[in-house]
Ligand binder design. Structure first.
Ligand code: 5AD
Ligand code: SF4
Length: 441
């Protein structure tokens, strides 16, 4: 039995693709291993969103080439594979085959052919219509939590972003199929599903199937209600796109307790001028109205965001606008990135007049502001009782259990293993930057 080591970088879509690749390979008679050193095959599912992420591929293949012992077969999957295609074979000696973002269903076949002696196979083709979405329980990070892609690709073409090129145009999966899979996951003991996509709220299926009878302005809020009606315990969704974020989504959360109280709504910049340069299609005014609506909800909804600092042309005044926005919004957390030029995107052609040193300064300043706001914001959880899904054991403490709250915070507590898979009421006794600690109530 050939042993396959599968390394995954990047977003949840990549994680989800890898879970399905692992499941399919297991079915084809391969063994999935955590031991990279002794693997017969190394598959790298790559990310190209920033230069640093892309660099990981080169470092990893370099490490394999220069290690002692027999050399494994190396396959590159994901976004870098899709963008570079055949050139990867020449650019990185040691790469045996390349499989793009929508061809992952054929990795098993390509791998078998490579082992049988074919070389330089490249597949950048489309998904098969009868693509198998099944993920074996053992290939998820927790048996109780599952990712479910509802839309893939992106049509937005924000000027800095490579995703529309690496993942292609938006394609929504049918609501009937999403509901069917939710029911199947529920039957297998999954407690929480994450509906995932680059822009989940741009969801637009070709067919009404599965949405009949569910009201709402957008197909996405109707899908939320349809999935909520399955009775699965918890539903989270990410990422939301501000331009398409309408009140009906908040209304759905307010109606269905199993729609969790967490929204990830990337703002990218606090300056209208920069948002325009980024072609985001939303203004600060509108974004703040959305924030006010979410904050005004009867549910205490956690809001998280993504922000890019040092976009070409970002002035000190633009940056200050971002700082002000962060202070106003009080995000539960924010992923802050220094702008990274991506070849092939429109922003790559702009004159980048923000020096690397200035980008770093802005990054650090914003990080500090966010930390201070976050600490203040998270105080509201202190002594509060949160519903936590006991997802797994934590090695750090004896009888430690770790999980997430409905507002998507990592919460650690001490408890019996028999709690695993259930939703536990935990009183928060300690709030840290990225996690909380509590006691079972
Ligand atoms: N440089 C820096 N950050 C980027 N992101 C996307 N493209 C770039 C880039 N070229 C960030 C955005 C997005 C997140 C997933 O990655 O903030 O929301
Ligand atoms: Fe990239 Fe913009 Fe699409 Fe998000 S919406 S994936 S940032 S192009």
């Amino acid at each position: 039995m050939k042993k396959v080591y599968l390394e995954t970088y990047g977003c949840q879509m990549n994680v989800s693709d890898s879970e399905r690749v692992a499941t399919a390979l297991g079915r084809d008679g391969f063994e999935i291993t955590n031991d990279a050193e002794n693997a017969d095959v190394v598959l790298i599912n790559t990310c190209s969103v920033r230069e640093k992420a892309e660099q990981k591929l080169y470092t990893q293949v370099g490490r394999i080439r220069h290690s002692d012992g027999p050399k494994p077969v190396v396959g590159v999957l994901g976004c870098v594979a899709q963008l570079e295609g055949e050139t990867l074979l020449k650019k990185i000696p040691g790469v045996d085959f390349v499989v793009g973002t929508r061809a992952v269903g054929r990795v098993g076949d390509i791998l078998t052919r490579t082992i049988d002696g074919e070389s330089g196979l490249v597949d950048l083709g489309e998904r098969e219509d009868d693509y198998d979405w099944t993920v074996a329980d053992t290939h998820r990070h927790s048996p109780y939590v599952a990712f479910l892609p509802i839309i893939e690709g992106c049509n937005k073409f924000c000027t800095y972003c490579i995703v529309p090129f690496s993942r292609g145009r938006e394609r929504s999966f049918s609501a009937a199929e999403i509901v069917r899979q939710t029911l199947e996951l529920k039957r297998r003991g999954v407690k929480e599903i994450h509906l995932i996509g680059q822009n989940v709220n741009s969801y637009k299926p070709d067919t009404e199937a599965g949405l009949e009878g569910f009201a709402g302005k957008s197909a996405f809020s109707r899908l939320l209600r349809a999935v909520a009606a399955t009775g699965i315990e918890r539903i989270k969704f990410t990422t939301s796109f501000p331009r398409d974020f309408h009140e009906d989504i908040v209304e759905a959360i307010e109606t269905h307790q199993n729609l969790c109280n967490w929204v990830h709504l990337p703002v990218q910049s606090g300056s209208n001028r920069v948002l325009k340069l980024m072609k985001r299609g939303h203004t600060i005014d509108r974004y703040l109205k959305q924030i006010d609506r979410i904050r005004g909800s009867v549910r205490d909804i956690a809001i998280t965001t993504d922000i890019i600092v040092g976009f070409p042309g970002e002035t000190e005044a633009d940056f200050k606008d971002t700082v002000e926005l962060v202070k106003y919004c009080g995000f539960d957390s924010a992923y802050i990135f220094k702008y990274s030029p991506r070849p092939g995107t429109p922003a790559h052609e702009l004159d980048d007049n923000v020096s690397p040193a200035e980008k770093t300064l802005r990054f650090l300043e914003l990080e500090n502001v966010q930390k201070a706001c976050q600490n203040k914001r998270l105080e509201r959880y202190h002594q509060a009782s949160l519903e936590v899904l006991a997802e797994g054991t934590s090695a750090r403490t004896e009888n430690g259990i770790t999980g997430h709250s409905t507002c998507h915070k990592v919460v650690n507590f001490v408890g019996d293993r028999s709690l695993l898979g259930s939703i536990v009421n935990v009183k928060v006794t300690q709030v840290k930057a990225n996690s909380m600690f509590g006691e079972v109530v």
